[in-house]
Ligand binder design. Structure first.
Ligand SMILES: Nc1ncnc2c1ncn2[C@@H]1O[C@H](COP(=O)(O)OP(=O)(O)OP(=O)(O)O)[C@@H](O)[C@H]1O
Length: 263
């Protein structure tokens, strides 16, 4: 499914965070979303999944249109958009097992009064196996390592059979082998035509593994092929006034363009 945003404004209270976002992401894209802290990456994902109302503008996912007037949460339930939030946004003390979490991905396929069916359980097990989690099915989610928890949430997203997958900083605090497993699953999903947006602060990873990059700092600084977008002028504009970790792992301070660190 393709995603189109036209002049999208979203914020909290009186603070406008996303300011006039115009974007077209074709079906089957794998996009790294890059920007400094507070750039609005999570806000973008929440707006796409209907958790935040639009102040202005419109979002189109596939053939469906959303604007500030519709009940976005209800409307988007009909779509298969899977969202994996940042680890910090999840209450890991919640007493559910790994299998319970993955089964949650199947509720979207059912009406509110329908119970899950045997085929839903089978699907959940397939997703657990695919991410090497079958042996942990009865473990409490809070007992797992960060990398395992991240994979459980990816398994839940797979169980949802998404056409769009949004992942908010899935690799923070996760070791390289977990990261590699997740990247392999994402490559498979992309091959099946799933559109994937993933936010990260790891510019080295973006440089090595992503073909498409969105540079965001409240506004779209650039969107396109990695080679064209990950260039110093655009990166400086994106990270103005903030520290930036370069692809080789070194740190670089950017000049502040307007004294507040945003363009
Ligand atoms: N629930 C909220 N209420 C009020 N302000 C918020 C809320 N969530 C985010 N913000 C503010 O919106 C701005 C953008 O936040 P957002 O989390 O989207 O940025 P981000 O690019 O994802 O940052 P990070 O890289 O640190 O995760 C920040 O100034 C943040 O303080």
């Amino acid at each position: 499914m393709h995603i189109r945003l036209q002049d999208v404004w979203v914020g909290y209270g009186e603070q406008a965070v996303l300011q006039g976002i115009d974007l077209h992401i074709p079906t089957g894209s794998l996009v790294a979303v890059v920007g400094p802290n507070g750039a609005g990456k999570s806000t973008l994902f929440k707006a796409l999944v209907g958790l935040l109302p639009l102040w202005r503008g419109g979002i189109q996912v596939g053939l469906q249109n959303f604007d500030g007037d519709v009940d976005q949460r209800q409307a988007k339930k009909a779509l298969s958009v899977a969202y994996i939030p940042q680890r910090e946004e999840v209450d890991w003390r919640f007493p559910v097992t790994v299998l319970d979490v993955v089964l949650m991905g199947r509720y979207r396929q059912r009406r509110w009064h329908q119970r899950l069916q045997a085929s839903d359980r089978e699907m959940a097990w397939v997703c657990l196996e695919r991410l090497g989690l079958a042996e942990l099915a009865t473990a409490a989610i809070g007992e797992l390592s960060g990398g395992q928890q991240q994979r459980v949430f990816l398994a839940r997203a797979l169980a949802q059979e998404p056409q769009v997958l949004l992942m908010d900083e899935p690799f923070s605090g996760v070791d390289i082998s977990h990261q590699e497993e997740v990247l392999q699953v994402l490559a498979e999903l992309q091959g099946q035509g799933v559109t994937i947006l993933l936010s990260t602060h790891d510019l080295g990873l973006v440089w090595q593994r992503f073909q498409q990059v969105l540079l965001l700092n409240r506004r779209v600084i650039a969107f396109g092929p990695c080679q064209e977008v990950m260039v110093s002028g655009l990166l400086q504009q994106t990270f103005a006034g903030q520290w930036m970790i370069l692809p080789d792992g070194s740190l670089m301070a950017q000049p502040c363009l307007n004294g507040r660190g945003s363009p």
